[in-house]
Design a protein around this ligand. Sequence first.
Ligand code: SAM
Length: 410
Amino acid sequence: MTAYPGALLAQTLTSTGQLIDPLWHRALLSVNRAEFIPDTVWVTARDHPGYFRPVTREDPDHARWAHQDYALAVQVDDGTPVGGPNGEPGWGRLRTSSISQPSLVVDMLQALDAQEGHRVLEIGTGTGYNAALLCQVLGEGSVVSVEVDEALAETAVKNLAQAGYHPTVVTADATGATEGVGEGLFDRVLSTVAARGEVPLPWVEQTHQYGIIVTPFEVGNTPGVLLKLRVHGDGTASGHFIGDAPFMTLRSQRPDTRRVRELVDEDAPGVTDGLIGLNPRVVAHRHQGWQLVLGHLVPDLRYAVYEASEHHPEWTGEATVYVATPDGSWALGEYTPADGMYETRQVGPRALWAEITAAWDEWVTHGSPGRDLLGVTVDEEGTHLWAGNPVAELGSVRRGRRRRRLFGSS
Ligand SMILES: C[S@@+](CC[C@H](N)C(=O)[O-])C[C@H]1O[C@@H](n2cnc3c(N)ncnc32)[C@H](O)[C@@H]1O
């Protein structure tokens, strides 16, 4: 190894064109990622999808991965692994902490645009590796990191101290107003855990005017996207999606994991038949902009498409499309290639096909925007999605919200 423990990682990320800022380049060179990786990490069990198997230090891969562009789970099932499909001890179902993928770490740090003198709040200390990079560039007195899991926070503090850094690490749920982060506002907030549907308002309230918040964000069935918000003088924040950022979800915003087949009861009383003009297959349309709009306007929706015949390629033959939400609402739509109208059945408190149709109309009315044209405003009423600029809020008319003009008329 050279005098620089992060040389291999820095070289990899420079060659892919991701590491461009000299400040973060020097930080990556200086911090030894291997020192932040615990004796056991968890990786996908290839033969058992949905399970993660432990890999210990005895495995030569363990040491190798530390210097490669991989995320590694460092905790599963909130610290109590539930076991494998055949009772294998130590196996887990849900990754609940990880040392993030270095290329993503670098993307996010560069997007944060943090300068010397800035005070930075990190959400999700995890192993402490990212906090160490922040300390290396900004100085340990400028870095506060919040971790919800006490055991992880303790280990992170030890890891950081061994590497020579002593930032403030607070054990708390960062979605609330956080005690212990010290006096004064932050210039930058960097979340290393995904906000689901709602960006917590305290992150905006704890940030200076013109300050920047960078966070992974997810809704519906989309893998996370990276959101960069600028904080305004009126106590709101707004900004665009700037990339992809698949991350684990904030502990307090974790979604209900039940699948469609666990939520549909075909014999439920009160099922009504109907017809819709919207092709029910649109719920599975993979356009990222559409999936963001659908996830935002029809929260908690999940779907499953059952093809009538395996001989037709996807999208061409008859299919039954099921949609459901955890509150007991579900619906199905029968797709047939010939029809202009599609038969439906639905039950429950939410009229799901009406919600999905309204979301589709909104998306089309706004010009079918992709991810890069979509953005978010966070204010005391919640998290709002817009297309192009904040004036063009999606769903505001239907939900009876007044449209807000943050930057004057467009
Ligand atoms: C992807 S890991 C963070 C990686 C970390 N920055 C590193 O360098 O190792 C996400 C972390 O967020 C933490 N977390 C989840 N929900 C949280 C919450 N509500 N408040 C604070 N931390 C949270 C998890 O326990 C987990 O350790």
